[in-house]
Ligand binder design. Sequence first.
Ligand code: IMP
Ligand code: MG
Length: 185
Amino acid sequence: MSARVDRILIRRERIAARVAELAGQIAASYDERTERLTMVAVLSGAVIFLADLIRQIPHQMKLALITVSSYPGASTASRGPTIVRDVEGKLTGEHVLIVDDILDTGNTLRAVQEAVRRQEPASLQTAVLLRKRGKAPPDVAADFVGFDIDDVFVVGYGLDYDDLFRNYPHIATLRVASPAAALRS
Ligand code: IMP
Ligand code: MG
């Protein structure tokens, strides 16, 4: 199946402005007694957001990476997440901020939040760049959300289709053409 970018939903300038706002809100949510933060970034989708966000948060921080597989193989249909690589090091007593690209069904974030909570951090907040409207149940929430979008599949700024398009600088919808459809058209 071949796929290409269809329509730009959020341009890179808007993303940059919003990420700066989020960084300000996140920094302000910790008081001056918070010595150090630990960012738990969900690979691989969160990497671009993480890089832009954390350079605008002045606190001392550690990075902890967690790998969750939500789509085994080339697919846009989630079959339930599995933590394939947990964070290295302890989160006990740390001020943890989970950073993820998108809150869709909430299954990924629920798994990550549960894994972090089991380690008893001093505090736990979550930041996502995107949230699909009306999808995640109320028990999975993000404290900081960049943009609410409709329930469409998007790529770019870290988000992928079959591991591609992560380097595309804008957030865009995708046009997927199966070889059979290409022959018919
Ligand atoms: P959830 O478990 O359904 O909330 O899905 C969350 C994960 O699935 C995200 O961390 C993304 O990696 C991926 N995902 C969900 N929606 C999209 C999308 O529209 N484009 C690309 N990846 C997505
Ligand atoms: Mg993904």
